[in-house]
Design a protein around this ligand. Sequence first.
Ligand SMILES: NC(=O)c1ccc[n+]([C@@H]2O[C@H](COP(=O)([O-])OP(=O)(O)OC[C@H]3O[C@@H](n4cnc5c(N)ncnc54)[C@H](OP(=O)(O)O)[C@@H]3O)[C@@H](O)[C@H]2O)c1
Length: 307
Amino acid sequence: MKKITLGGMQASDIVLGCMRISDMAVSRVQELLETAVEEGINYFDHADLYGHGASEEVFAKAMGQKPSLRERIYLQSKCGIRDDGGLFRYDFSKSHILKSVDGILKRLNIDYLDALLLHRPDPLVEPEEVAEAFELLHSSGKVRSFGVSNQSPMLIELLQKYVNQPLVINQLQFGVAHTPMLDQELFFNMTADQSVDRSSEILEYCRLKDIAIQAWSPFQYGFFEGVYLDNAKFGPLNDTLDAIGRKYGVSKAAVGVAWILRHPAKTQVIVGTTNPERLKAMCKGSEVVLTREEWYEIYRAAGHKIP
Ligand SMILES: NC(=O)c1ccc[n+]([C@@H]2O[C@H](COP(=O)([O-])OP(=O)(O)OC[C@H]3O[C@@H](n4cnc5c(N)ncnc54)[C@H](OP(=O)(O)O)[C@@H]3O)[C@@H](O)[C@H]2O)c1
């Protein structure tokens, strides 16, 4: 599996996302974790929100079966979303960040996180407070690298004005069925709907600043409406992925991964499958380099227009 440089890390370009593991038995999570490592994945994404902490707990139990694993993998988690009885609020206050990280470390049963991300923008953010929290977390050795998720260029600029540590990651929804950041670039200065700026040129900004994009929900369309794989709503896309997959001897999902990785931005793909066989098939996508023609063909087959 290919690697990218992320802060001081050599991280696999496919990440296992742990959002959906909270209800799984420890033995099944262990199987998933071992499959991931065997396939070359060394990076795992969590959030304190996932299963209200249960995802981190079950992962820790699975990892505990092989204690030597901790030093061979990178563990990332996210904080900043508060679920107050089903009501989401965002909280980037110093006290909330510090309390969240202590909870994450406890649940994952580890001494340090390799990366901490701020999960979703908090309009009430006071960047000085974030800076103080990050400084304490970094100097105490609790967190080694920092980043954000779902955040715009100007918000990153605002944070980075105060935060001493470089923000090296922005986790964003990206996959062939969710491409606002590409559409706007293609339709720049036109009157088409696609030229409406929904992403503030975040793709170009991350490339300029050497910030890695972690593509979340790579197979989903809409906001958790479902996956495009084997979905009759995406017939031409599935046919195209199938044909290209046969050429490379890989699955449609692997081609979906390769499509994201073909973009020259520094990118990781966070796959969220809980199925070891699907995971193995997806991992093959790291080794496939699509041609320019194939990349555009897949984009078009997903229903996107090209001016
Ligand atoms: N920063 C953020 O705001 C944010 C938001 C959402 C997610 N994330 C991160 O991104 C990760 C991935 O998100 P995701 O789980 O939505 O990503 P995903 O990989 O696009 O979707 C995974 C889901 O698709 C299903 N699936 C896979 N192949 C399928 C097929 N051929 N047919 C039908 N269903 C199929 C999986 O089921 P099986 O398990 O049965 O394979 C699983 O339920 C999360 O774990 C989390 O780490 C971050």
